[in-house]
Write a protein that binds this ligand. Structure first.
Ligand SMILES: [Mn+2]
Length: 191
């Protein structure tokens, strides 16, 4: 089970956002993904939607397979950067192509936070060699994905025991660059 929150804001002056997310519960667990279509505006929006649809088709698949499926679905679009993770059986398996940041905050403060090692590339255009990483999850751990419209310092000094929605709102309020679309997805793993 999870609890989650999302906060987003379009690039000022634009009606459509190129930032999007997927959160799908399925028979094996939960798939979470954040997608940033290249650039902004309509073309970025269409690229991100192609990835959303590809992920929703079979969210129970492994992240490696899902990233490849997104790549095929995005050929001919602007392309996107994507980070995603599957939470299942007390494990997080995550991977990222491009600069959507991923952070795992531990419920236990004495355990350092984890940062997703993303590989550079563009889904739909140039896919790097993919590698997914698996971590053990504990109840109360908090997974955060944020697009590059959010400053990288977002994980510093977070009130980690706030609700996921409150954490998402705090990050957007304090770290939105306002020069791009911005989206943050926060997921708490719990019993
Ligand atoms: Mn962006």
């Amino acid at each position: 089970m999870i609890e989650f929150g999302v906060a987003k804001m379009n690039k000022p002056g634009f009606e459509n956002s190129g930032d999007s997310y997927v959160l799908e519960q399925h028979s094996k667990g939960v798939l979470a993904a954040v997608i940033d279509g290249l650039g902004h505006g309509d073309k970025a929006f269409f690229a991100a939607q192609a990835a959303v649809e590809a992920l929703k088709q079979s969210p129970q698949d492994a992240p490696l397979a899902l990233m490849q499926r997104c790549h095929h679905a995005l050929v001919g679009t602007r392309g996107a950067v994507i980070s995603m993770g599957t939470l299942a059986n007390d494990q997080l398996t995550w991977l990222g192509v491009g600069n959507v940041e991923g952070v795992l905050l531990r419920a236990d403060k004495s355990i350092p936070r984890e940062r997703l090692m993303v590989r550079s590339g563009v889904v739909g255009y140039r896919l790097p060699t993919l590698r997914a990483f698996t971590l053990l999850l504990h109840w109360g751990d908090t997974l955060i994905f944020a697009t590059d419209g959010i400053r990288s310092a977002f994980a510093e000094n977070l009130p980690r025991h706030d609700s996921p929605q409150r954490i998402a709102d705090t990050i957007l309020a304090e770290h939105n660059r306002k020069t791009d679309d911005a989206l943050v997805l926060v997921i708490r793993y719990q019993s």
